[in-house]
Design a protein around this ligand. Sequence first.
Ligand SMILES: NC(=O)c1ccc[n+]([C@@H]2O[C@H](COP(=O)([O-])OP(=O)(O)OC[C@H]3O[C@@H](n4cnc5c(N)ncnc54)[C@H](OP(=O)(O)O)[C@@H]3O)[C@@H](O)[C@H]2O)c1
Length: 476
Amino acid sequence: MKKIIFQKAENNFTMIIFGASGSLAKLKLFPSIYQLAAESRLPADYKIIGYGRSQISNEDFREFFKKSVIEKTERVDLEKLDELLKNIFYVSGQYNEEKDFRKLRSTVEQVEKTKNRIRIAYFSVPPSAFTEIFQNLAAVNFNSIKAKLRLVIEKPFGYDFKSAKKLAQTLKKHFSQEQIYLLDHYLGKESVTNLLSLRYANSILTTLLNREYVSNIQISALESKDIEGRANYFDNVGILRDMVQSHLLQILAYLTMFMPRERTAEAIHHEKAQVLKSIRVNSLVRGQYIGYNKEVSTDSKTETYAAIKLALKHPLWKGVPIYLRSGKSLVEQWTAIVFEFKPRKAQRDDGTLPPNRIVIQLQPYEKIEFHLLTKLGGKTFDFHELTTGRPIYCSGDCLNEHGRLLLDVIAGKNDLFLNFEEIFAAWKVIDPLQKLSTKMKKKDLHLYKKGSKGPKASDELLAKDGFKWFYSLPNA
Ligand SMILES: NC(=O)c1ccc[n+]([C@@H]2O[C@H](COP(=O)([O-])OP(=O)(O)OC[C@H]3O[C@@H](n4cnc5c(N)ncnc54)[C@H](OP(=O)(O)O)[C@@H]3O)[C@@H](O)[C@H]2O)c1
């Protein structure tokens, strides 16, 4: 058995969290930082500095941090948590005031014990505040070579191609490419990074997963939850931008890209971008759950459900229809990838037998299933489906998504992050669909009941090609 290497932060660091009073910080960042500390993965000298307009003292911020960790963590080691809190500080200030950034810089310099370290600016604020922060970080010289500043920006990267381009240009004015970490938290999930490894390590998959054998691919991210009171955010975004633009297109890229010989960040980014650039969308179904308009208090046309049929120009996948769907308030909650296989020639006229499938479930549990056909007992030549599957448990160096991605930022590794080439290509897929959406008549927005399977038009999208959405409830 190979010795397991547990990833640890080797560099001393200071991390400034802009918008530290908000929901991303509370729900994701603080619990992840605690996990890293509890597992002794942090270096001797690290400091976390929250920054925001809210007037909060160091003590109150530590209390807020502690509460957030306790709420989200099953078993907390209070001694380790209290030790961690000694490294946590808060500075209040505006995002558009250079003098406040001077105050921030002076606090940073006061609390840092060692000079040889990296600094991280984590953007946990809405995108509207980004530019002012970039400018002020540069103005107070946080961006000197010596300070080795790295910026972490979470998706969404802009609102469309044009705004993503603007974001890239603004960043470029002040920072170099190596300093920028564009984070889609899906890529920090073990289940998602495992997709590349599964393809790499299993000749069964490498051999079968291509246009020769696969009849269609389905990627589904189904949610039973509604918009949970996030009306302002969701109504401006919709499911296409929220789920498809980054999460689902990134999964698609991992599944279909050429495996680069060297698994370097550059090679992976390049291959993913080639897939994204080769996407041609054929059809779109937009849906909205009944009652949504009441929740957002407008006569909104925003989609809470989308199903897309697309094709890739990519040589491995040319001619294979690919279906993506994501929606809210559905009867089921899971994320999975389904490869359906073409029937053998001898079977083709039958039409009654279900296809062979490989199903890779990513959420809520990771598992892989093979759907085969086996003989029914008796003298007839009849079959039934045999599903053989296993959970995929993470064993070895397992970490939650933000924990893994933070360690990568500290180590300067960006293979699990995006680059702007991929982001632009993804927006070029989504922008025409958004344009189409604004022109669509209300009747083209398919209404569906809460707790249902989504709009019927989504089933018809596949039925036209002789396919059906795969349904199976996850089990632990
Ligand atoms: N929440 C998530 O799970 C999640 C998931 C993926 C990506 N993201 C991205 O992560 C970032 C932060 O998300 P979030 O959900 O934490 O946001 P949030 O809770 O709405 O805001 C975070 C903090 O930013 C400050 N803020 C709020 N509105 C602002 C405005 N208009 N201008 C300047 N500052 C403002 C507030 O702090 P002060 O008032 O103290 O300054 C607030 O506590 C966003 O870019 C979001 O798109 C979030």
